[in-house]
Structure formats: structure tokens, C-alpha cells
Unconditional design. Structure first.
Length: 227
């Protein structure tokens, strides 16, 4: 949790530069640095429960190796999100390219962003979202990816993949929302609610309804997002 607090402190203290780096086609190093900080801030509060559960499960079987195994698990989890960062960077470059901005007017660009919000909202109701969320919420010894013979690295990758399956469109929604710290905080609360509250479906569906309605409003009235 200390890492998550430190990441949020960085985001708040560099909110202007973070927004610029994540929404414009700057050098890859700046983008990935902000991506990693953002991911730690937004995902670690929810992921901390599974990481702690993994450590306890390892400590029962191999007490002397539990600490090292847990870091291998976390490293693999981070690696999965780093791969997602590469895809996000590629998407940001395409979206910010001069060719696209030259061919799309501000109204169409705003509607395109609104469509992303609408799609992100609809995804909240899909069986894939439900499956991934179920795996992320299930106690580690009952997940389909936990096996006595499975390595820590493989389990970290699989947990990262399920988390990515849960949240990738919520992260995509941050781009049309302006990649502000406020938007990050709201999405973080949605993710945390889905992972920790006793009624995850209600949390997912509520977020889905809000995103669909907001996206539909912006598609119909794109000038609301044009300053």
C-alpha cells in the first residue's frame, strides 16, 4: 500500500505534467514512466488483497521462500500491465497523429472519444468482464489459475491478465476523460468497489450505466467537451 500512496502523491504533485505526458505523443520513456506510476496508484489498492493472500499461501507451504515468491508474483503482474502500456502508447500515438487531427474536426474527435466511453460502459455488462472479475475476487486457493505446481511468475501473469480483462476499457476511458487525476481517482474507486464490495455486479453495472449515458450524451452533444 505504501507504493500506492507514493504513486498518488506523485500524481497529485505532477498532475499537470502527467496529464500532458499521457495525452500527447511525447517520448516513450515519459509515457511509460507515467503509465507505471498511474497503474501502481490505481491498481495496487485492489491488487494488494490478492498479493497479501498469495504471500500467506506461500508462507504456509514454503515460509523461507514466501517473500521472494511474492516479489516474483508482483513482477509478473507488473509485466502484464507494462505490455498493456505498450498498447496504450501505440493507441495514443495514433490518436494524436497529425494526420488524424487534420482529417477529423473537433466535433468528430469529441464524438470518437464519447464512443470509447460508451463502449467501456457496455463492456461492464459482458460475460468476459464478469468472468475476469470473478477470478480477480476469488480467494487465491480457489482460482482456476492457482495450482500447487504452478510457478509464482505464471500465477502473476495470469492474475495480471484477469485484472487487465476487468479494467482495460476503464483505463481506455481515461483518455477521452482527459487523463486528469480526478478521473483516475473515480476509476480507481470503481475498480476498488468491484474487487472489495459484497455486491460487485451492482458496482460494475452502475459504472456501466454512467459511462453509457455520459458517452451517449457526448455523442449527441459533442460541443460539451470542446473548450
Amino acid at each position: 500500500m505504501e507504493l500506492a500512496f507514493a504513486a498518488w502523491a506523485f500524481l497529485f504533485s505532477h498532475s499537470h505534467t502527467t496529464e500532458i505526458a499521457m495525452t500527447t505523443g511525447l517520448h516513450a520513456a515519459y509515457f511509460f514512466a507515467d503509465w507505471v506510476v498511474m497503474m501502481v496508484a490505481m491498481m495496487f489498492p485492489a491488487a494488494a488483497l490478492m498479493i497479501l493472500a498469495f504471500y500467506k499461501a506461500q508462507a504456509v507451504r514454503h515460509a523461507d521462500e514466501a517473500f521472494g515468491s511474492t516479489w516474483v508474483f508482483v513482477t509478473a503482474y507488473l509485466l502484464m500491465w507494462a505490455v498493456a502500456g505498450m498498447a496504450a502508447y501505440a493507441g495514443a500515438l495514433v490518436a494524436e497523429s497529425a494526420a488524424i487531427h487534420a482529417s477529423l474536426g473537433p466535433v468528430v474527435a469529441a464524438q470518437f472519444g464519447a464512443a470509447i466511453l460508451l463502449i467501456a460502459g457496455l463492456y461492464q455488462f459482458t460475460p468476459l468482464k464478469e468472468k475476469c472479475l470473478s477470478e480477480c475476487r476469488t480467494p487465491i486457493d480457489m482460482t482456476t489459475w492457482h495450482r500447487d505446481t504452478a510457478g509464482s511468475f505464471r500465477m502473476g501473469l495470469l492474475h495480471g491478465a484477469y485484472c487487465l480483462g476487468c479494467n482495460w476499457l476503464l483505463f481506455a476511458a481515461l483518455f477521452p476523460l482527459g487523463m486528469t487525476v480526478g478521473a483516475m481517482a473515480v476509476i480507481t474507486l470503481v475498480i476498488l468497489a468491484e474487487k472489495t464490495l459484497p455486491w460487485p455486479t451492482s458496482a460494475s453495472y452502475t459504472a456501466g450505466v454512467v459511462l453509457v449515458l455520459y458517452g451517449a450524451v457526448l455523442i449527441a452533444s459533442p460541443l460539451l467537451t470542446i473548450h
